[in-house]
Design a protein around this ligand. Structure first.
Ligand code: SP5
Ligand code: ZN
Length: 342
């Protein structure tokens, strides 16, 4: 399996994440991908290439124009306003406030376009987010060109980003770009399987009313886990998309038994849907030692999960999402890929 990866990810490395009332070094840090690259090489998966320039037309088709303008210019506006630190959202349009009017002031704009305040932005964030999207797009082009599968080693991740909001360490929804590209290239129906510990709220939101794209997510129950306000089992889609969203929220302490049962159900739903291509949002934060998650998967479980995903027999793009037990991220992510290939 070929890997698509851009060194430009390094341009996104904020110093700060707001966590538990303190600023900590972000869990989502550049060294995460070093462990994935090292493990790929260790396992002989040395076909690793840089993507070309991002397909901006496809990104513009996915995202709101004002949101992309914001991402591109936020740092300059933040600095022009005299802000000393990194961009952190502090003000949100909460219940019964005007959630549809972007403020002129950058501090207000940041809150308008953010869905959480843990994620800081800096001067390099836009370039890094574009390079991550470019990796996803290149992986999809490789599979559309006839390869059975490809791995987009995306950083920053994407599944929390909606068409017009960032947060949860995500800015552009890479998996959504891949799904739309598969549709454009001729797949009638596409499925997205999100196995990151956190609910893929952004991906769900983007495709909630779509009958041609199935979204399934296995995640920590929203009552207990970020993003808290989406990912309930009774969210099943709307309009033409009724029945094309499947959420599997699970409780703290969930191990591979119930998790893999949910995976099997999601796989059966994807098969019944008649998907012609598959996108896997490959987060490995369901791992037992992940510092911000509460599932109990062990490293071999990820290989078995990959094997089960492979039974679908679909052209597949894996997009890297979360995983913060840094030294284990490489083994766990590559285990999924190896299990899939078996
Ligand atoms: C892509 C992805 O996995 N995003 C995850 C975003 C999680 N954001 C909230 C993190 C909450 C961390 N809580 C810290 C608890 C430390 N013990
Ligand atoms: Zn996650």
């Amino acid at each position: 399996m070929k890997t698509f990866f851009s060194e430009e990810h390094r341009r996104h490395f904020p110093q700060a994440e707001l966590s538990g009332g303190q600023f900590v070094t972000p869990y989502e840090r550049p060294s995460r991908v070093e462990y994935v690259l090292a493990r790929l090489k260790e396992r002989g998966m040395t076909d690793i290439v840089a993507p070309g320039a991002p397909d901006m037309a496809a990104i513009r088709a996915l995202c709101a124009p004002d949101y992309l303008d914001f991402l591109e210019n936020a740092w300059a506006e933040w600095k022009a306003e005299g802000m000393a630190g990194e961009i952190i959202a502090a003000n949100f349009p909460a219940r019964r406030m005007q959630a549809g009017r972007p403020p002129r002031n950058i501090d207000g704009k940041v809150g308008y376009y953010a869905l959480a305040s843990e994620t800081a932005m800096t001067g390099g964030t836009w370039a890094a987010a574009l390079s991550s999207a470019a990796s996803a797009q290149a992986a999809q082009a490789h599979v559309a060109g006839g390869a059975k599968s490809a791995f987009a080693l995306c950083r920053p991740p994407g599944h929390h980003a909606t068409a017009d909001m960032y947060g949860g360490y995500c800015f552009i929804n890479n998996a959504a770009l891949v799904a739309e590209a598969f549709r454009r290239d001729g797949a009638g129906r596409v499925a997205i399987l999100d196995i990151d510990f956190h609910h893929g709220n952004g991906t769900q939101d983007i495709f909630y009313d779509r009958g041609d794209i199935f979204f399934a997510s296995l995640h920590g129950a929203p009552e207990d886990a970020f993003p808290y306000f989406l990912g309930f089992a009774d969210e099943t889609g709307v309009g033409a998309g009724e029945g094309t969203t499947a959420n599997y929220p699970m409780l703290p302490g969930t191990g591979y038994g119930p998790w893999s049962a949910a995976l099997d159900d999601a796989i059966a739903r994807i098969r019944a849907f008649g998907a012609e291509a598959l996108v896997v949002s490959l987060g490995v934060d369901a791992y037992k030692d992940d510092p911000i998650s509460f599932f109990k998967l062990d490293s071999p479980d990820f290989m078995d999960a990959g094997r089960r995903i492979g039974t679908l027999g679909l052209p597949t793009v894996f997009c890297m999402e979360g995983g913060y037990a840094i030294e284990a991220v490489g083994v766990n992510a590559v285990n999924v890929l190896e299990g899939y290939q078996d």
